[in-house]
Design a protein around this ligand. Structure first.
Ligand code: DAT
Ligand code: MG
Length: 142
């Protein structure tokens, strides 16, 4: 498996609880390289654009209100098999179903406020990284 990138977000609930550093430390322990990183407070429209695939679902308004509630920390991460490995490390969407020791099991309170985001497939990772980072920020020389 070649090197791959995934888009990671430490969501408002985890940033508010000061878990950002612990989550990044865990990701580094798991072999992820932080290729790009920033802290931003999304507008509602920016959150809606990011989660456009979920528009029309019952939880969409709640999700976008949550994601624009307070700052988030966004990272482009790199490692072998990054997308699948990252989803393994964060655990199931609903923390009640997440395996012991996963980031969501450790830090998330509910399915709506579940501490972290991760891309689900290569096409999503490419779109999501381009949504938040300019090309020069994630270029091979960056
Ligand atoms: P994931 O973040 O694990 O990729 P997803 O893409 O299915 O999960 O959904 C995106 C986010 O939407 C998820 O992290 C939390 C929220 N969400 C999903 N299902 C929900 C539900 N049934 N109730 C409330 N929020 C939900
Ligand atoms: Mg998803």
């Amino acid at each position: 498996m070649a090197l791959e990138r995934t888009l990671s977000i430490v969501k408002p609930d985890a940033v508010e609880k000061n878990h950002t550093g612990a989550i990044i430390a865990r990701l580094e322990q798991e072999g992820f390289i932080v290729r790009a990183m920033k802290r931003v407070h999304l507008t509602r429209a920016e959150a809606e654009g990011f989660y456009a695939e979920h528009r029309g679902r019952g939880f969409f308004d709640e999700l976008c209100a949550f994601m624009s509630r307070s700052p988030i920390v966004i990272m482009a991460l790199e490692r072998e098999d990054a997308i699948a490995k990252y989803r393994e490390v964060i655990g199931a969407t609903n923390p009640a179903n997440a395996a012991e020791g996963t980031i969501r099991k450790l830090y998330a309170a509910s399915v709506g406020e579940n501490a972290v985001h991760g891309s689900d497939k290569p096409e999503s990772a490419a779109r999501e990284i381009a949504y938040f980072f300019a090309g020069y920020e994630v270029s091979p020389r960056a």
